[in-house]
Design a protein around this ligand. Structure first.
Ligand code: ADE
Ligand code: ZN
Length: 330
């Protein structure tokens, strides 16, 4: 089996950020919202840098107004994942965009998302789990509301809690209350760090939020003592190389530290983050990693195993997904 055809596990993908531009354009037309400014002449999302990306992302998300919109979004996104042979995916969802942090509204959105996920599992075999995330630049008080939504719906489908958004706003520790609430509800924890912030932001997330996974975390490479601590503690990095190149955290694939982190013993996994924004797919991530670092089928099978071990799901699900990873003729 070729590398790009391998079954894949994805741990870091934002549902809203995975919305195909054509899907968002269709919704905008239905709702008579003018979003032409966020697309380029070929119909792709258009942005200048990370901060502009966040603005375009929020503008695109503004047309997702009802649970039914999220039902359709979930199906569209999972169809894309299936075409990359992703067999298990963890999707970040922002309760801020699904009812503004109101628990009762969030339940309605979540039910619609879960219905789409259940249908796609029955039809295509893909398994999805949901990780509600707070948005860092919406601040710690709004994050508490998000955590409450997550805590109230924790279970077999909602299995984790996380944080994305602008890493320049405040400190990881400002969000400790929200993360403590999620931990009390037995949710597993991850936070974006070491993407725009340096190694200290990764240290802060581990110390102040007690996360077991880090979203990105790649800039830990600037402090090798930290890299060794991460390896020693078994913290898992949700690395999104295509995102880091598209957003210019690193100028080119050969500059990306994923191989160095892995060689030094860090548990790395591979995801797309917001695939249409970065013109990427899981197939392409695997392809570029193979081309850049000479990784072979065995390396990708090891990445999959690391991801499955780190997945925020129950043991029965982990066992079921493990069977899907066995390639017929690797
Ligand atoms: N939300 C969606 N994508 C993100 C990223 N790459 N960094 C921070 N927050 C995000
Ligand atoms: Zn992300």
């Amino acid at each position: 089996m070729s590398i790009t055809d391998l079954p894949k596990i994805e741990l870091h993908m934002h549902l809203e950020g995975a919305a195909p531009p054509s899907f968002i354009r269709g919704l905008a037309a239905e709702k008579k919202v003018d979003l032409t400014g966020i697309f380029d002449e070929r119909g792709a999302y258009k942005y200048k840098d990370f901060w502009d990306f966040l603005k375009v992302y929020e503008a695109a998300t503004s047309v997702l107004k009802t649970p039914q919109d999220y039902y359709r979004l979930t199906r569209a996104v999972l169809e894309e994942s299936v075409s990359s042979n992703v067999v298990y995916t963890e999707s970040f969802l922002a309760p801020d965009f699904c009812g503004g942090g109101d628990v009762s509204a969030w339940r309605d959105y979540l039910a619609a998302i879960k219905q789409a996920a259940d249908e796609m599992e029955a039809e295509e075999g893909i398994v999805m789990r949901a990780i509600p995330t707070c948005v860092r630049h919406f601040g710690p008080d709004q994050a508490k509301k998000t955590a409450r939504c997550a805590a109230e719906t924790a279970g077999a489908f909602v299995t984790g809690f996380g944080m994305g958004g602008d890493e320049a706003m405040g400190k990881q520790g400002d969000f400790a209350y929200a993360f403590d609430m999620a931990r009390e509800a037995e949710l597993r924890l991850t936070s974006h760090a070491g993407e725009w912030g340096g190694p200290e932001s990764v240290r802060d997330a581990i110390r102040d939020l007690k996360v077991e996974r880090i979203g990105h975390g790649v800039r830990a490479i600037e402090d090798l003592a930290l890299v060794d601590e991460i390896a020693e503690a078994g913290i898992v990095l949700e690395v999104c190389p295509g995102s880091n190149i598209a957003l210019q955290v690193y100028p080119k694939w050969s500059d990306h530290p994923i191989a160095k982190l892995r060689e030094r013993g860090v548990k790395v996994t591979v995801s797309t983050d917001d695939p249409p924004f970065f013109h990427s797919t899981m197939r392409q991530e695997f392809d570029r990693l193979a081309e850049t670092f000479g990784w072979e089928v065995e390396d990708f099978m090891e990445l999959n195993k690391t991801a499955l071990d780190a997945a925020f799901c129950d043991e029965a699900t982990r066992g079921e997904v493990a069977k899907k990873l066995e390639p017929a003729d690797a």
